[in-house]
Design a binder for this molecule. Structure first.
Ligand code: MTE
Ligand code: MO
Length: 477
């Protein structure tokens, strides 16, 4: 048998994106994947790995870690890595490209759940304002942050579904379409997952507390206008257009029903500014989709392709992760049978409990605002519902749900066609009336409300954890 060819790392590195032949290695084996690239189901994200090791990517896209995929790769074998470039039979880790190396710096106040990819929630202390500042807005990344140094280099392509397509730069969008500002809350379907775990059983996923949610003013153009310009008949849709699929530059993908995408009052946008600033890299620079009222997973960041389709996005984030199941359905449910999450149910949370003591009463601003005359607790929080359904009432209990009172809903001036934003609420109660647990629940305009406990709503993915939020009454000494 012929000895396989020995290849230096430097030679592999030349076969990166842009080269005529594209190579990758896995272990000490080298493959020429040029002919495979056009067939790659995940699109050209595979180019990110060209010229280096595929394994860091396969550790992220774990779907590759199976024999069929290894067999495909073997067909493209061209040689082995020169032993001079190996340490203990492997390429030294510092020689391996780290997809997360160019991720941005993050504000240290964010509460990190994972580093690579970055997942970090807004600390409760920063959830008290109607608008969440960009620097502390929660970050939910499934992959690395794509590098776009100049917005002018970025294009978004609209695919009509009949083979035709049209491409826009961010400048084109600004020039061609009317600009809108919409204030909207984004909430991860995993917000409060830790509470479901604590109130029921272990759940699979990042254990978010109350901070996988935030509100911003988003500036951009309406997707409806862009689709119209691209040639999609938005008011007379052909039957084969049922979903708008979105693809991000790092290969994250999701979709929404076409009715939402073209709804004249749906405020689905392609946004380039967040709270008056260019979109931060973590939040989609230079362009993201905003789908107000829907689970944030559909607001695809770094969007580069929008496809009109008869089908939902085929991504794992559409077909598997962001679905909900019955408490009995176990850890390997019938994924296809469950509907993907779009509009979110009612949610509410207590984000701050302040004890105002008699001694400091006169000097305490909260005491003055509320005209408090005896030792009290001041509670603050948010309430939010999906689908643009406004929060109409927030009920607070200071005795673990036995009796209830209404919190004050704070005014805000949110822009947009429907109630896409949370309501902040405040409540004060004399200390002598409190017993063991503070509880909050909210009601939206459709009179939807929250479940009293997690157990009957348990799902192993820990999605849509929206039972009453309970916080123990702790008396300061
Ligand atoms: N878009 C891309 N391209 N990549 C992602 O990982 N995460 C989604 C969504 N859009 C994601 C994405 C999820 S699950 C959420 S909750 C929101 O982005 C988070 O948005 P944020 O990081 O701006 O808060
Ligand atoms: Mo999410």
């Amino acid at each position: 048998q012929e000895e396989p060819r020995k290849i230096r790392l430097s030679e592999i590195h030349e076969h990166r994106r842009g080269a005529d032949a594209l190579w990758v290695f896995k272990g000490d084996r080298v493959y020429d994947i040029t002919d495979w690239v056009p067939n790659h189901p995940g699109g050209d994200v595979i180019l990110r790995a060209a010229g280096g090791n595929v394994e860091p990517y396969w550790n992220i896209f774990t779907i590759h870690q199976k024999q069929d995929v290894y067999d495909i790769l073997e067909q493209y074998f061209v040689g082995v890595i020169d032993p001079r470039d190996l340490v203990d039979g492997r390429v030294a880790s510092e020689q391996i490209d780290d997809p997360f190396a160019t991720d941005p710096e993050r504000d240290p106040r964010l509460r990190k759940h994972s580093d690579r990819p970055c997942n970090a929630e807004t600390p409760a202390s920063e959830l008290g304002t109607f608008i969440t500042p960009n620097s502390v807005f929660y970050v939910r990344n499934h992959l690395w942050v794509p590098e776009v140094s100049d917005a002018d280099d970025h294009r978004v392509t609209v695919e009509m579904g009949d083979g035709s397509e049209k491409e826009y730069s961010v400048q084109d969008l600004r020039r061609l379409f009317k600009e809108y500002k919409v204030t909207a809350t984004l909430q991860c379907s995993g917000n409060r997952r830790a509470h479901m775990t604590a109130g029921s059983r272990p759940t699979n996923g990042l254990q978010w507390d109350v901070g996988a949610i935030g509100t911003a003013e988003w500036t951009g153009v309406r997707l409806r206008d862009v689709l119209t310009d691209a040639g999609v008949p938005v008011d007379d849709l052909p039957p084969h257009i049922k979903h708008a699929q979105f693809l991000g530059a790092e290969a994250y993908g999701a979709s929404i029903p076409i009715e939402k995408a073209v709804d004249n009052r749906g405020d689905v946008m392609l946004v380039y500014e967040m709270n008056g600033q260019p979109l931060p890299r973590d939040h989609g620079y230079p362009l993201r989709v905003l789908v107000p009222g829907n689970v944030a997973a559909r607001s695809v960041k770094w969007v580069k392709r929008i496809t009109m389709s008869e089908e939902e996005s085929t991504s794992q984030w559409q077909r598997r992760d962001y679905k909900c199941f019955g408490p009995n359905e176990g850890t390997n449910p019938d994924w296809d049978r469950a509907r993907s999450i779009q509009e979110m149910p009612v949610q509410s949370a207590i984000t701050s409990v302040e004890q105002v003591s008699t001694g400091g009463l006169k000097d305490n601003p909260a005491a003055r605002v509320y005209g408090l005359e005896e030792e009290s607790f001041v509670l603050e929080g948010y309430a939010f519902s999906g689908g643009g359904r406004e929060i109409v009432r927030v009920d607070v209990s200071v005795d673990n749900g036995r009796t209830w009172q209404q919190a004050d809903l704070l005014d805000n001036d949110a822009g947009g066609c429907k109630a896409w934003s949370w309501k902040q609420w405040r409540f004060s109660t004399p200390k002598r009336q409190t017993a063991r647990w503070f509880v909050v629940k909210a009601v939206d305009e459709a009179y939807n409300t929250q479940a009293d406990s997690f157990e009957p709503h348990y799902n192993f993915r820990g999605n849509l954890a929206s039972a009453w939020h309970r916080v123990p009454v702790q008396l300061a000494r």
